[in-house]
Write a protein that binds this ligand. Structure first.
Ligand SMILES: [Fe+2]
Ligand SMILES: [Fe+2]
Length: 268
């Protein structure tokens, strides 16, 4: 089994310190082979927030694959926003905004859906679609193929429709045909797993959207608790996904992340 944990929308700048503390314990306990962070790593893309995020990511016990979200581009500093939108991100987190991570079990492909030309909404370009398609097609060893993006490729709530990444349907069809198994996303602060075959019955291969909630921010949405996802990859493309949510201390337990949702999926 190869274990990946998905953190998302950690939003340094609005982090709940008690949740962060519980997260450090949870990650140690879960002992992942890889941590992915699906964007919105800071709240306002300030130097201070990036420094704090960098310090936290360095404490994680495994390699980290992160990608930027819309909050990781300066909003009001217009020169930086348009001339060097990922300057701080590259300096403090990772020089590559579309990293690629490959092991014996999986190919994990970062796709940067944020853009300085949009405040909130994201886009996946034709060139990004082709890059993922090519990497997935070259996967002769039939490893699991995961895309990590920030903006969602599927939403459950009709009110979130406008948050869908632009060009999502073209990407879904191309990536499914090429053999991508999972698309991990964030942005809407609502965790769920959705088999895309339910929305696109003629899809070439089954593919799942795995959405992360906000893992550590105080700015939770509609009282949905902070959460993280655990993705366990098994041979023959069997995938076990669990969502762990934060539960504040009560008489019987300390602040902790606790497993609440379990699903066993198969993508081929
Ligand atoms: Fe966010
Ligand atoms: Fe976002």
């Amino acid at each position: 089994m190869y274990r990946i944990i998905q953190l998302s929308d950690v939003h340094f700048g609005t982090v709940n310190p008690q949740v962060l503390n519980a997260l450090v314990h949870a990650v140690r306990q879960l002992s992942p082979a890889l941590c992915v962070v699906s964007g919105d790593i800071t709240q306002r893309a300030t130097r201070r927030e990036f420094v704090a995020a960098n310090a936290f990511l360095k404490t994680l016990p495994s390699p980290v694959l992160c990608i930027p979200g819309n909050h990781d581009i300066p909003l009001f500093a217009l020169w930086a926003r348009f001339m060097n939108p990922y300057g701080r991100y590259r300096r403090y987190l990772h020089k590559d905004v579309e990293p690629l991570f490959e092991t014996g079990a999986a190919i994990v492909i970062g796709v940067n859906t944020s853009t300085p030309f949009r405040h909130k909404r994201g886009i996946v370009t034709d060139a990004q679609i082709r890059r993922v398609e090519q990497l997935a097609q070259d996967n002769s060893a039939r490893k699991s193929v995961l895309v990590v993006a920030h903006h969602p490729f599927h939403v459950l709530d009709p009110a979130d429709q406008e948050q869908l990444v632009e060009n999502h349907e073209a990407a879904i069809r191309a990536w499914s045909a090429a053999g991508v198994d999972l698309i991990l996303g964030g942005h809407i602060h609502m965790p769920f797993v959705h088999p895309l075959i339910k929305s696109y019955p003629d899809l070439a291969n089954p593919m799942l959207v795995v959405q992360g909630g906000t893992t550590t921010s105080l700015r939770v949405r509609r009282h949905i608790p902070n959460s993280l996802n655990v993705v366990d990859l098994y041979p023959e493309k069997k995938i076990h996904i669990t969502t762990w949510t934060y539960q504040p201390r009560d008489g019987s337990h300390p602040n902790r992340f606790m497993c609440v949702e379990k699903d066993l999926w198969k993508t081929s």
